[in-house]
Design a protein around this ligand. Structure first.
Ligand code: FES
Length: 201
C-alpha cells in the first residue's frame, strides 16, 4: 500500500489487470459494470485509496460515467477517499461496541498514536477512523486493522495490539479475551462437553 501515489494517474499493474479481466468475465455480457465494486477494491489494494484517477480509470474500463463510479466510492466507507497509513485502524463506535466499551478503545488508540479521528500519524504508519457497525457485534467492542478484526477489546488489549504492530509484529486477530470465536464467554453453555477450536482439532 502506498500513500505516495501520483494522484493524477492510475493504471493496474499487469498482474492486477489480469485479475480485473477475470473479475469482469464473471458477469454476463452487458453487465460488466457490476464489477465496479471488486475493481475499486483491487485498485485500493494496489495504491491504498480510490483517487479521482482510480475512479476515471475504472469508469473507462467499465464504460461508465465517472460520476457513477464516484457515487459508489462515496456511499461505502470501505473505499478510502484519501490516502491512509500502512495500518488503517477502524474503531467501531456503534451501539453494541459503545455499550461494551468502545469509548475506552478509541481513547486508548488516540492516546497511544497521538492522533484524533481521521488523522494519520506523522510517520505515515497509522490512520485512525471512527466507523459504524462492522458486523462483529457479538464480539464487541472491536476494531478492524486492514483486513483483520480484533475483538473483545479492552484498553489493555487494544494497547497490546497496537504496540505489537509498532514493533513490526502481526498480532493474532480475533477475540482478544480468550473466548473461542463467538462462543459464549466462559465456554459453551449448552453441549457442555463440546470440544472445539483450533487447539483441539
Ligand atoms: S456495533 Fe460494533 S461491530 Fe456491530
Amino acid at each position: 500500500m502506498s500513500t505516495e501515489q501520483d494522484m493524477t494517474s492510475f493504471a493496474f499493474t499487469p498482474e492486477n489487470l489480469e485479475t480485473a479481466k477475470k473479475i469482469i468475465a464473471k458477469y454476463p455480457a452487458g453487465r460488466q459494470q457490476s464489477a465496479v465494486m471488486p475493481l475499486l477494491d483491487l485498485a485500493q489494494r494496489q495504491v491504498g485509496w480510490t483517487s479521482i484517477a482510480v475512479i476515471e480509470y475504472i469508469a473507462e474500463m467499465l464504460e461508465m460515467a465517472p460520476i457513477r463510479v464516484q457515487e459508489v466510492v462515496t456511499f461505502y466507507t470501505m473505499y478510502n477517499q484519501k490516502p491512509v497509513g500502512q495500518y488503517h485502524v477502524q474503531v467501531c463506535t456503534n451501539i453494541c461496541c459503545l455499550l461494551r466499551g468502545s469509548d475506552g478503545v478509541g481513547e486508548t488508540v488516540k492516546e497511544l498514536l497521538g492522533v484524533e479521528w481521521g488523522e494519520t500519524t506523522a510517520d505515515g504508519k497509522f490512520t485512525l477512523a471512527e466507523v459504524e457497525c462492522l458486523g462483529a457485534c457479538v464480539n464487541a467492542p472491536m476494531m478492524q486493522i486492514n483486513d483483520d478484526y480484533y475483538e473483545d477489546l479492552t484498553p489493555e488489549s487494544t494497547k497490546a495490539v497496537l504496540e505489537a504492530l509498532k514493533r513490526g509484529e502481526t498480532p493474532a486477530p480475533g477475540p482478544q479475551g480468550g473466548r473461542q470465536f463467538s462462543a459464549p464467554e466462559g465456554g459453551p453453555t449448552t453441549l457442555g462437553d463440546l470440544t472445539f477450536g483450533p487447539e483441539k482439532a
